[in-house]
Design a protein around this ligand. Structure first.
Ligand SMILES: CC(C)(COP(=O)(O)OP(=O)(O)OC[C@H]1O[C@@H](n2cnc3c(N)ncnc32)[C@H](O)[C@@H]1OP(=O)(O)O)[C@@H](O)C(=O)NCCC(=O)NCCS
Length: 206
């Protein structure tokens, strides 16, 4: 069994650690965090270095996942670690559903009770948070965060580094651009261009 590093020891990092532990794929899980060495342990997982210390730990740890909330920063570190030769697993909670006809890219995490259905394609370093539903043939660009309880109907397309807020709903076939923020509880029924922040029912850019 291999060992896993988790870059980022915040609340999201703890959920990633917990999810990783549930998969029983790694014999040891440890964090990297820039608060090292003041922070040396979180829950029962050790903090073994700063984010930039990963290379020196490659003899011990083969796999790494980045658990940083900022979408762009998360992907940047993931790319850096990939170039350094780390394995960048897809981590799926054993009580999530992922269709065998869905395609998930490196460094994506899928939390408990989430569902990723037939034909969905999810890019590098995405977060499919607790209880989110990604219906058939959706396409999600790298670094995008699908927050807890989001429901994407079939054939929704979302660009890069977007953030779909907790409990939002997106109608089938809608296209959402890059760097979009959809507010908590919004209902998106029309396409949203790059860079907007949209809230409400129906969701409108503000
Ligand atoms: C949309 C959002 C990004 C706006 O954040 P913000 O810029 O800090 O906005 P504020 O809290 O200052 O609110 C500004 C106004 O928008 C309203 N507003 C904020 N979020 C809203 C939402 N989701 N739906 C409807 N109205 C909202 C506020 O009531 C406030 O209205 P007012 O000016 O009449 O008082 C944020 O509220 C949100 O929904 N974030 C998603 C959080 C989330 O999904 N977390 C899960 C993490 S896993």
């Amino acid at each position: 069994m291999s060992r896993l590093l988790i870059a980022g020891a915040g609340g999201h990092g703890c959920v990633v650690a917990d999810t990783s532990e549930m998969t029983a794929r790694w014999e040891r899980i440890a964090f990297l965090d820039d608060r090292f060495s003041e922070l040396s342990e979180l829950a029962h997982w050790p903090v073994v270095g700063r984010l930039s210390d990963a290379n020196g730990l490659q003899g011990e740890y083969k796999d790494i996942v980045v658990a940083i909330g900022d979408c762009g920063v998360r992907v940047k570190w993931l790319e850096r670690y990939g170039k350094a030769g780390f394995g960048r697993p897809v981590i799926v909670h054993p009580r999530a559903y992922v269709s065998s006809h869905a395609a998930l890219s490196a460094g994506t995490v899928v939390f408990a009770q989430a569902a990723v259905n037939f034909g969905a394609r999810i890019g590098l370093g995405c977060i499919v948070n607790t209880g989110a539903v990604i219906e058939h043939d959706c396409s999600i660009g790298e670094g995008t965060h699908i927050c807890p309880g989001v429901r994407l109907a079939g054939e929704v397309s979302i660009g890069l580094y977007s953030w779909i807020g907790i409990g939002a709903v997106v109608r089938e076939g809608v296209t959402i651009g890059n760097n979009v923020v959809v507010g908590a509880g919004a209902v998106v029924v029309k396409d949203l261009p790059d860079g907007v922040r949209a809230i409400g029912v129906p969701a409108r850019p503000v």
